[in-house]
Design a protein around this ligand. Structure first.
Ligand code: MN
Length: 136
């Protein structure tokens, strides 16, 4: 079976290194971008299985990028997890409105991070899926 591809958009070098290390340890293929603009390009060209999107980014912010992805007919099915240091109700509500499937709070809890990624990929509608189940 082909390894799943995960796009990580994160401008903080330390967070990016940590996320990449965690994902590669679980044998995922990782695409990385430090900004939303290149992240959108990578999403369009590579069609990742999952996108992890930091909300605070230089230039275009993560919420704007998520809204664009969720309007793209070819990408709107791709699950997106927001990476945010701000676990405030307001931010989480905004992330949900923008179309986020879930959020991951920084700093990362390594154990639950791996678990969250696995669940998102399991629940994601694959091209061959006969069971288009929606997240609540
Ligand atoms: Mn950031």
């Amino acid at each position: 079976m082909k390894n799943k591809t995960i796009l990580v958009v994160e401008d903080n070098d330390l967070n990016m290194k940590l996320v990449q290390a965690l994902l590669r340890r679980d044998s995922y293929r990782v695409l990385a971008s430090g900004n939303a603009e290149k992240g959108l390009d990578l999403a369009r060209s590579e069609k990742p299985d999952l996108i992890l999107m930091d909300l605070q980014l230089p230039g275009m912010d993560g919420l704007s990028a998520i809204r664009i992805l969720k309007k793209d007919p070819l990408l709107k099915q791709t699950p997106i997890a927001a990476l945010t240091a701000y676990a405030m109700a307001e931010d989480l509500e905004k992330a949900r409105e923008a179309g986020c499937d879930c959020y991951i709070t920084k700093p990362f809890d390594i154990q639950s991070f791996a678990e969250t990624i696995r669940k998102l990929l399991e629940e994601a509608p694959s091209a061959s899926s006969e069971n288009p189940e929606q997240l609540p």
